[in-house]
Design a protein around this ligand. Structure first.
Ligand SMILES: Cc1ncc(COP(=O)(O)O)c(C=O)c1O
Length: 445
């Protein structure tokens, strides 16, 4: 199940971006995140082209929570995408990489005053206001500074797509956004309109992640346009912008089929046209915020196989030098992955094994039941489609240093995130003086 530029060379090694993955593993060490630049750029460009063809003037904002670092910011900016950030840290990363400020949208259900101030000081494009408390805080901060801030208000449309409940966000019972059908939401909108310094540009919604059914998007569009029509009738308010969020699913396994970007854009475009006609509304400026569907399939992770253990009559465990610390999605969501032995790609599959991570949790299993050639210690395992929500969700659990990331392109490889060292792990640790004194007292006394 090759993706992007993945291929096999004459040594029977997996290649990506024209680079031999076994050589990458030896040169940079493992675990190693590898990002396929050509594929990443192609996805970003295709998104932009298709959406602009079907819905002229629309914007594609890359959702940085899927994977953000300075090089990825540069690539997205070069491809003409905007950026969705969700914390001061993501915003800081984008600003440090000189991402065009006006193309940055700031999300989050609990932005701190410090984060909001930072956004105001840096003059970013939009703040996506999640709740009434945030609206008031932002209004006060903007008034104190005498600045105008352009906002969208996040709504929950009451759509529940078929995906893991942890990544479902469009239902009314959600920590995100204001329910589309509540009177209190109308009150909040009135307040926003009346607040000096607040410029309400439009509305936002995001129904969840890893969504395979396009119907859910069409339903969302219908509900959001119906809401805009109600707003026009009720408050006499017409807004210019509608941000429909992200969430399009990708293919993790050979028997899955994710919708194409064209089908997704067509589904949204046709629902928009029909709904706007029905409610006699001018088409708002549309934004979408894909994360996973831009970067997910462009990444793989390389591991070195260590312990191989057979539990007689039960299963064979093959342990790798990473696991839930670099890819927590399996433990968190029961996510499923596939991959190959990167040093023997075309060898016949001979055994069914379970790939275990090295963390102290029985749940640290990366792949349950994968057919591989007979696995040996020292083999290199490539796990596919790890570009999204792996590095960005990685931790130092068990004090494992986070892996490096390399960007590969036409046979060249460049480090874009250095591997953490043991020194990095203790860099922020402090031993209070009194612990040292107490020890001295014990020794003395
Ligand atoms: C507000 C918002 N926009 C966009 C995204 C990106 O979603 P995905 O990576 O599934 O496209 C998310 C992720 O959950 C989100 O919360």
């Amino acid at each position: 199940m090759f993706m992007g530029t993945m291929s096999v060379d004459d040594k029977n090694h997996l290649t990506i971006g024209g680079c031999d993955t076994v050589a990458l593993a030896h040169r940079y060490g493992t675990p190693l995140y590898v990002l396929d630049e050509h594929f990443l750029r192609q996805k970003a460009r295709t998104y932009r082209t298709i959406f602009n063809d079907l819905i002229p003037g629309s914007k594609v904002l890359y959702a940085g929570k899927a994977l953000l670092n300075s090089a990825v910011c540069r690539i997205m900016a070069e491809e003409g995408l905007g950026l969705d950030v969700v914390s001061g840290g993501e915003l800081y990363t984008a600003l440090t990489a000189d991402f065009p400020r006006e193309q940055i949208y700031f999300h989050g259900n609990n932005k701190s005053s410090a984060e909001l101030k930072m956004a105001l000081e840096r003059g970013i494009g939009r703040i996506v206001v999640d709740n009434i408390w945030e609206l008031k805080t932002l209004g006060e901060l903007a008034a104190r500074r005498g600045v105008n801030v352009s906002i969208l208000i996040r709504l929950t449309p009451g759509v529940e797509p078929n995906t893991h409940s942890y990544v479902r966000t469009g239902q009314f019972d959600s920590k995100f956004g204001l329910p589309i059908n509540a009177d209190t939401t109308m009150d909040a909108i009135r307040q926003a309109v009346d607040m000096p310094g607040i410029d309400l540009k439009g509305f936002h919604c995001h129904i969840g992640s890893q969504i395979m059914e396009l119907d859910a998007y069409q339903k969302t569009v219908r509900l959001m346009i119906e809401f805009l029509a109600r707003l026009k009738r009720g408050l006499g308010l017409t807004v210019e912008e509608l941000d429909l969020g992200g969430g399009l699913g990708i293919t993790y396994l050979p028997d899955e089929k994710s919708p194409s970007l064209l089908d997704y854009a067509q589904a949204i475009s046709s629902a928009l046209t029909t709904s706007c006609q029905k409610h006699r509304l001018a088409m708002p400026q549309i934004a979408v915020e894909p994360g996973r569907s831009i970067v997910g399939e462009a990444g793989i992770t390389l591991y070195t196989i260590g312990a191989v253990k057979e539990v007689p009559g039960v299963r064979k465990y093959v342990a790798v030098d990473g696991g839930m610390a670099d890819n927590p999605r399996v433990a968190m969501y029961g996510a499923k992955y596939t991959g190959c032995l990167a040093n023997r790609v075309l060898d016949d599959a001979e055994e069914l094994v379970t790939i275990a991570g090295k963390c102290c949790e029985s749940g640290d299993i990366l792949i349950r039941d994968i057919s591989l050639p007979t696995v040996r210690t020292g083999d290199i395992l490539a796990v596919y489609a790890t570009g999204a929500y792996n590095y960005s969700m990685a931790s130092n659990y068990n004090r494992l240093p986070r892996p490096a990331m390399v960007l590969v392109w036409q046979g060249k490889s460049d480090i874009i995130v250095e591997r953490e060292t043991y020194d990095d792990l203790v860099r922020l640790d402090r031993i209070p003086q009194r612990l040292t004194e107490a020890k001295a007292a014990v020794v003395k006394g």
